[in-house]
Ligand binder design. Structure first.
Ligand code: NDP
Length: 484
């Protein structure tokens, strides 16, 4: 789901010729072949390298900047720069005013991550046995470039339900800790998330050289920064079940998303004695998005994040820091600026958010149904139409696939992204028009998804060749029919 991914992958596109493949012992062996393209590049140009190093340096500052702007400048994005320019503050004074690392935050975060690891590894899914329609338990992932099919324990919905049940039980009954605990420790927690983000990325990097899970699915470029950022291993694991991608993407980041919003809501209540309709809207719309993610976690195994991306800093650090801090900016903003929307504005935001969600979910569902039933399904009451295509995996095997051309997939080639963008705009619009900070999300998502779309199409084009061309002739637009 997340992602800094695409900003960083934005820096490179697939090369069609593999030049050097490194064996598991790290030594390069010449291996030249033409094959279907997965994941990130094998070769790194200078532009890619500079972008990667730039992101490694600046991404943590972007997160700090936004959070600090709320903490010290009432969520004004321009005020810190203006005051720096006027000499009212300097970098050291801003730094000195920022709350530092605390052991309290470290304990909270350690308990949080430890609890999520426990739920992920030790509580096998039972919800799929009694919730009709929910797909959980042990599920197959997609075929990797080397032709492997990994198994995953899908229990994210259960983890989310247990965590939130405990949160509400604490807030209304046990009172072990304040429901504002996340907001109250927000910046100290940020240092802890950074520690974990860097630790896990570094571990994954070293692990790829020393004990990779599937050596044949590793990619080495020969450039250390690029390898660190974009990842070497495709599906790093510890033991049979601890899958880095599935764990770090979903939990602790996405389970935390709704808890962070709840904490903001409690803070509003504590500070102002009331909760605004804008805060409720943000909690509801983002709550639907998060719940949808866990309800469809088995489907998520077939998305680009799991199927094509390697596990590097952009996923490790991005899931630990970028997602929880920047995807929740609307709620944070509303703590500092408790906006009460007019009924018409609130209704418009709600409708936009729900319509966006409907398009996002239906489009994804159509493709999932179509692929699961190998084209033998009905879409919008009619037999699905599609284009037959073929491709080769890295092991030389010839495989067949189909590209859907009916339903939302006949409207545009990535209408799921369009729905996602509508929902993202709704979260931002819920914050009114007082500041630009809450609009960071829609700007970021637009760059992310437009680039992701281009990147995905580049990959599909090299994977399917002329069959892809037949598909783009049949469905000529990417996101908005008649426009793009
Ligand atoms: P998609 O679910 O759109 O998957 C793209 C893949 O689907 C292609 O690579 C191709 O894979 C296959 N495909 C493309 N066209 C067709 C077709 N016509 N018929 C059948 N299969 C097709 O992309 P993502 O994985 O990027 O996104 C999944 C969802 O996650 C989206 O709704 C997106 O909005 C959301 N998302 C959210 C993010 C967030 O941070 N909030 C970030 C990224 C995504 P193949 O090789 O199998 O043919």
């Amino acid at each position: 789901m997340v992602r800094l991914t695409d900003l960083t992958i934005a820096v490179t596109m697939e090369t069609t010729r593999r030049r050097a493949q490194q064996a598991s012992n790290g030594k390069a062996s010449e291996h030249v072949e033409q094959s279907a393209q997965w994941g990130r590049a094998w070769e790194v140009d200078w532009f890619s390298l500079i972008s990667v190093v730039g992101l490694l340096i600046f991404a943590p500052f972007i997160v700090f900047y936004f959070v600090m702007a709320c903490d010290q400048f009432e969520c004004s994005v321009s005020e810190p720069l203006l005051q720096l320019y006027r000499g009212d503050v300097n970098l050291l004074s801003i730094w000195a005013r920022a709350p530092s690392f605390t052991w309290t935050a470290a304990k909270i975060y350690a308990i949080w991550v430890g609890f999520q690891v426990f739920l992920y590894l030790c509580v096998p899914d039972v919800t799929h046995k009694f919730i009709p329609g929910y797909v959980g338990g042990v599920q197959d992932g997609a075929r990797t470039p080397a032709g492997l099919i990994n198994k995953y324990e899908i229990n994210g919905l259960q983890c989310w339900l247990i965590t939130h049940a405990l949160w509400f039980a604490n807030a209304h009954y046990f009172h072990w800790f304040s429901p504002t605990i996340i907001f109250d420790n927000w910046i100290p927690l940020m240092w802890c998330t950074n520690l974990l983000g860097y630790a896990v990325s570094t571990f994954a990097f070293v692990k790829a050289y020393i004990f990779p899970t599937n050596p044949e699915d590793c990619k080495f470029t020969g450039n250390v920064f690029y390898n660190y950022m974009m990842g070497i291993e495709f599906n790093p694991r510890i033991g049979k079940w601890f899958d880095f991608k599935l764990f770090f993407n979903g939990r602790p980041g996405i389970v935390a998303w709704t808890l962070i919003n709840l904490s903001y809501m409690s803070k509003q209540q504590e500070l102002y004695g009331t909760v605004t309709n804008s805060m409720i809207l943000v909690n509801i719309l983002q709550g639907i998005y998060v719940l949808d993610f866990f309800w469809n976690e088995a489907w998520y195994l077939k998305t680009i994040d799991i199927c094509h991306d390697h596990f590097g800093w952009y996923l490790g650090w991005g899931d630990c820091v970028w997602l929880p801090y920047l995807y929740t900016l609307q709620g944070l903003y509303l703590v500092y600026h408790p906006v009460q929307l007019s009924d018409a504005h609130a209704l418009a935001v709600l409708l936009l958010g729900l319509l966006g969600y409907y398009i996002f979910r239906s489009t994804n569902h159509q493709k999932d149904l179509f692929r699961r039933q190998d084209g033998s399904c009905t879409i919008w009451g009619r037999k699905a139409s599609f284009i037959e295509c073929s491709y080769r995996s890295a092991d030389g095997g010839l495989h067949r696939s189909k590209l859907l051309t009916s339903g939302f997939w006949g409207v545009a080639r990535h209408f799921n992204y369009t729905g996602d963008l509508m929902g993202s705009l709704a979260y931002c619009a819920a914050c009114g028009f007082g500041h630009i900070l809450p609009y960071f999300y829609i700007v970021y998502m637009t760059i992310l998804l437009v680039h992701r779309c281009v990147r995905d199409e580049h990959r599909c084009s090299s994977k399917y060749g002329k069959d892809w061309k037949r598909y783009t002739d049949a469905v000529p637009y990417r996101l908005i029919p008649g426009v793009f």
